[in-house]
Design a protein around this ligand. Structure first.
Ligand SMILES: C[S@@+](CC[C@H](N)C(=O)[O-])C[C@H]1O[C@@H](n2cnc3c(N)ncnc32)[C@H](O)[C@@H]1O
Length: 434
C-alpha cells in the first residue's frame, strides 16, 4: 500500500478523531469521511512507517449510514472537537455502546444520556490565536499548532459562548498579541471558562509572561464574566498543572448543583463538563446496579474533586474519608491535599478495618498499578469506579479482577457526558471476594 493507491473498503468502527476505520491485510486504514458501515472508494494519503496504519480520504461513498446528517456546526470541518457530529445522537449512542462492548469488552446495561446534546458544556478551555486586532478563541486543530475558531460553539453552554466572544472582541480591540505556540512569542495563551448555567461565568486567563501582559486591561473591560482570574504559564506546551491563579476581578467560585447536592468550584478546579449527566453518574456511583443505596460504617472517596460524591456518601455512611491532591479542591473538602497512593499506604500501615465501600473516580490515566495493588490489599467490601477512559479502565479491571485481583465485576453502565464527541464515562460496580 502506498500514497496515491485507490481501493474500496468498508469502515467498521470510528477512530477517536471521527475517521472511519477499515481493516485491509492486517493494516488499520483510517478514512476521513466514512462512518461505520459505509463503503467507499478511497485514496491512500499516508502510510505510517512505525505502525500498521494508513490514512486515506474518500473519493466516492457508495452507501450512507442511516444516521448520517449534515453537521450542525459550521466549524466542524476545521475544529476537531466534535468527532461524531456527522451522525445523529441516536447513532452516536449506539456507536459508543457498541464500541465499549466490541473494542473494550465492557458490557454496559445502558447508556444514560442528555436529550439535547447541545449547549451542555459548563466547563470549556479555549486557546488564543489570530493576530492583534483579530484575536480568536478556539481549539488546536488535530495534530497541529493551528487553532480553529470556536465562535458560536454549539456544545459550550450559551453563557460560556457569549463570554468567549466578549473576551475575543475586547482582546482584539486592545490589540493584544495572542501567544504563538510555534515560536513561543506573544501574551494571551488560554482562557478557561466555567459557568453555573444560571448566568454566572468565571474565566481564568493564562498568559505567557508575568510582566509584559495586557491581562489587567482586558479583565477591566470585560462585562459578561462574573469573575476573572489570571495565571501564568511560561513553558512550552499546554500543561496546566501547578498553575497558581490570582483573582483580578469579581467572584472566584461558582456554586453548582448536581441533582440533590451543591458544590463550589473555582476557575481551575475539576468540574464534570456536563453536570446534568454527571449527576446521574454520581447518583449511581453510591448505589448498587439495581438502584439501592449502599449503607455502612466507613467509605473512602478517592479522587474526590469538589466533593459531590463525598456529600452523597455522607448520607449513607457513618464516616466518609475523601482524598484529593489538587489544593483548591482539597480546601473545599476541608482536607490537606494528598495523593491517593499516600492515603492508601497510610491506611494499610494503620491496620484499620477494611472500608465498606471505596469510590474512585481517577483522571484519564486511571488508577494505575500501584493504586490497584493497594486496593487489592485494602480488601474493601465494595469498590465503585467511575472512569473517563475505557483504555485505562480495562487495564485497571485486569489488575483488580485478574489472577492477583480481589474483586469481581457485578455491573457496568455508560454515561454520554460529552455528546458529539467520542467520549464516554463508565461506572463499574465491583464486590470484594476472598
Ligand atoms: C476525574 S477527576 C474526578 C473528581 C471528582 N470525583 C468529580 O467527579 O468531580 C479526578 C480528580 O483526581 C484528582 N487527582 C488526580 N491525581 C490524583 C492523585 N494521584 N491523588 C489524589 N487526587 C488526584 C484531580 O485533582 C481531580 O480532582
Amino acid at each position: 500500500m502506498k500514497p496515491g493507491d485507490t481501493l474500496t473498503v468498508m469502515a467498521e468502527t470510528l477512530s477517536k478523531h471521527g475517521d472511519g476505520v477499515a481493516r485491509v491485510d492486517g493494516m488499520e486504514l483510517h478514512v476521513a469521511g466514512l462512518l461505520p458501515g459505509e463503503t467507499g472508494d478511497v485514496e491512500i494519503d499516508y502510510v505510517s512507517r512505525q505502525r500498521p496504519r494508513a490514512h486515506a480520504s474518500v473519493v466516492t461513498r457508495r452507501n450512507t449510514h442511516p444516521g448520517r446528517r449534515t453537521a450542525p456546526c459550521p466549524h466542524h470541518s476545521r475544529c476537531s472537537g466534535c468527532a461524531l457530529m456527522d451522525m445523529d445522537l441516536a447513532s452516536q449512542r449506539e456507536l459508543k455502546r457498541r464500541d465499549l462492548e466490541r473494542t473494550w469488552g465492557l458490557l454496559v446495561d445502558r447508556l444514560v444520556s442528555d436529550p439535547s446534546g447541545l449547549g451542555y458544556r459548563h466547563s470549556s478551555k479555549r486557546v488564543f490565536s489570530g493576530s492583534p486586532g483579530e484575536v480568536i478563541l478556539g481549539s488546536f486543530m488535530r495534530g497541529t499548532h493551528s487553532v480553529a475558531d470556536m465562535r458560536g460553539c454549539l456544545v459550550d453552554h450559551p453563557d460560556i459562548a457569549a463570554c468567549a466572544d466578549e473576551v475575543a472582541d475586547v482582546a482584539s480591540d486592545l490589540l493584544v498579541v495572542p501567544y504563538d505556540e510555534a515560536d513561543g512569542e506573544g501574551d494571551l495563551r488560554y482562557a478557561w471558562f466555567k459557568t453555573d448555567g444560571h448566568g454566572n461565568t468565571v474565566v481564568a486567563l493564562i498568559t505567557a509572561d508575568p510582566r509584559l501582559t495586557r491581562v489587567h486591561d482586558l479583565a477591566a473591560r470585560l462585562e459578561r464574566p462574573a469573575g476573572v482570574a489570571w495565571g501564568v504559564n511560561s513553558a512550552r506546551g499546554n500543561d496546566m498543572r501547578g498553575i497558581g491563579l490570582r483573582p483580578l476581578r469579581g467572584r472566584q467560585t461558582l456554586q453548582l448543583g448536581f441533582g440533590e447536592v451543591f458544590t463550589h468550584v473555582g476557575p481551575l478546579g475539576f468540574l464534570q463538563p456536563n453536570p446534568h449527566v454527571a449527576a446521574a453518574a454520581y447518583h449511581d456511583l453510591v448505589r448498587v446496579p439495581a438502584g439501592g443505596a449502599v449503607h455502612g460504617r466507613v467509605a473512602f472517596d478517592l479522587y474526590a474533586g469538589a466533593g459531590v460524591t463525598t456529600q452523597l456518601l455522607r448520607r449513607q455512611f457513618h464516616e466518609v474519608i475523601p482524598c484529593e491532591s489538587f489544593p483548591e479542591s482539597a480546601r473545599t473538602l476541608g482536607i490537606e491535599p494528598q495523593l491517593v497512593e499516600e492515603f492508601l499506604a497510610r491506611m494499610l500501615a494503620s491496620g484499620q478495618r477494611p472500608p465498606d465501600l471505596v469510590v474512585a473516580n481517577p483522571p484519564r490515566g486511571g488508577l494505575g498499578p500501584t493504586v490497584c495493588t493497594q486496593l487489592n490489599d485494602v480488601r474493601a467490601s465494595r469498590l465503585h469506579l467511575m472512569s473517563c477512559s475505557p483504555t485505562s479502565l480495562v487495564e485497571d479491571l485486569r489488575r483488580l479482577t485478574g489472577e492477583h485481583g480481589r474483586y469481581k465485576v457485578i455491573g457496568a453502565r455508560g454515561f454520554d457526558t460529552l455528546p458529539q464527541t467520542n467520549h464516554v464515562e463508565v461506572v463499574v460496580w465491583l464486590v470484594g471476594q476472598s
